[in-house]
Design a protein around this ligand. Structure first.
Ligand code: AMP
Ligand code: GLY
Length: 429
């Protein structure tokens, strides 16, 4: 089979690496890819949002399966585009149609969906310019901190948490006034959930589902979870506090009603569902849905899968997921993200990355990198995800930290406390 992956991050490097190991895979392309995907696939200079160019490429290279990595093409309707075009509708594509991707594309939609199907989540009110006064009154009934979310996609920046009521009110006015463009035409005001977060992943073919290993992501730039939000600074899987009892609640209260809700709404969902959860005193509450895998969670979750990944994706498209048995490594996986100094604010790129070949105990997944001649250069904020596995979390983390010491480039930075907060949950680590 010929496969096209859309995207250029660590997640897409994991996908490429896994698919390239499948006996079913003949030619593998990544658009636009990075220096890492260039090692196991052919990079092609195509934008994941240029659907016409993707169509031409698919016809030219006889592509059999497309895997979009991030949400943008899904929310923009790439599945609808492929399936409504008689020249390319034979191509398998893993991901939801627009009417499923909206679980990520609109927070208002996802909150209404959760309410309708009684999926536990924070209390909320959706506000527009028409009912701003009601929104302000709702904020005044709540206690600090105040959570405000732009309805649409805002490149991970659309969630604001304010401690002061007056600041919350002015933030509401700013978002409705266009701070995040059209993404902020509606704002979801939400109850603050006090707990510990984890990411749960489900693969569904629209009929049946499989629960993938859960993961914990480290979002803040600074150690001790301080500073600005990033795309993710590291992740571990499994998560020690996600014990059997908790995960049973997640399945019963969240996953089953979500999949059943899709069916009731006639949403033909064939792809990944990423459920951002808060564990509030042992009870799961949904923070958000995403219509794709997480990054850096993929670097630990999919890394732990032993299945033929291409066969798994095909079974989703063919609605035969019930015939597949997931094979998950018993080992713990940890990933540490090396980033460019200054990220997530201003940073420089184009620095040569040295000693990549000296890392032997970890898998180096590339994100913001590019190949230039014989050199690999930094090419983004998040540069490399260093994934290691071991029998204990601490061992896995130690291996990744060693790799992060070995690899070198100007202004390198990584968090040295990945997993530290989880030690108290498990004496064995
Ligand atoms: P998002 O950009 O949607 O991933 O949200 C960013 C972060 O905001 C989440 O990862 C949570 O840490 C936090 N967050 C979102 N909603 C809530 C909430 N209702 N209560 C507490 N924290 C929240
Ligand atoms: N790790 C969070 C995300 O992929 O959205």
């Amino acid at each position: 089979m010929n496969v096209l992956i859309l995207g250029s991050g660590g997640r897409e490097h994991v996908f490429a690496s896994k698919i390239s190991q499948s006996e079913k895979c003949k030619n593998l392309y990544v658009a636009p890819g990075n220096a890492g995907t260039g090692l196991c696939a052919t990079n092609v200079a195509l934008s994941p949002l240029d659907f016409e160019a993707i169509k031409t490429f698919c016809l030219d290279k006889q592509i059999d399966l497309i895997l979009p990595g991030n949400e943008d093409p899904l929310v923009a309707g790439i599945v609808d585009f492929v399936k409504n075009d008689s020249q390319i509708n034979h191509i398998h594509i893993v991901g939801p149609y627009k009417n499923g991707a909206i679980i990520e594309g609109s927070k208002d939609f996802s909150k209404a969906f959760m309410k309708k199907y009684q999926i536990p989540t924070a209390a909320y009110l959706t506000v527009t310019n028409q009912n701003m006064e009601e929104g302000i009154a709702f904020l005044r009934t709540m206690s600090s901190p105040y959570v405000l979310k732009a309805d649409g996609l805002a490149a991970g920046k659309g969630v604001l948490i304010e401690f002061d009521i007056e600041k919350a009110i002015s933030a509401l006015k700013d978002i409705l006034g266009g701070k995040f463009g059209d993404a902020g035409n509606k704002v979801v005001i939400e109850e603050f959930l006090d707990g510990i977060e984890l990411s749960s992943f489900v693969l569904t073919d629209g009929h049946s589902y499989k629960i993938l290993p859960e993961a914990k992501d480290y979002k803040r730039i600074g150690e001790g979870d301080k500073g600005l939000n990033t795309g993710g600074m590291g992740a571990v899987s499994p998560v020690p506090f996600a014990n059997k009892a908790f995960m049973e609640k997640v399945e019963k209260q969240v996953i089953i009603p979500t999949i059943e809700g899709f069916k009731s709404e006639n949403i033909d969902y064939r792809g990944f569902v990423f459920i951002g959860l808060m564990n509030v005193g042992g009870e799961p509450k949904v923070i958000e849905y995403n219509c794709r895998m997480g990054d850096p969670e993929t670097e630990v979750v999919i890394h732990r899968l032993h299945n033929d990944f291409l066969e798994l994706l095909l079974s989703v498209s063919n609605q035969a997921l019930n015939t597949v048995e997931l094979q998950v490594s018993e080992e713990v996986a940890a990933t540490v993200f090396m980033v460019s100094g200054g990220y997530p604010e201003v940073f420089e790129k184009g620095f040569e990355i040295k000693n990549l070949d000296k890392v032997t105990d970890s898998m180096v997944y590339h994100a913001g990198t590019k190949q230039e001649g014989d050199n690999v250069l930094t090419n983004g904020g998040r540069v490399l995800a260093l994934t290691s596995t071991a029998l204990t979390m601490q061992e896995a983390i130690t291996k990744s930290m060693k790799a992060a010491e070995i690899i070198d480039y100007q202004n390198k930075y990584y968090r040295k406390d990945i997993g530290d907060d989880l030690r108290k949950y498990n004496e064995q680590i």
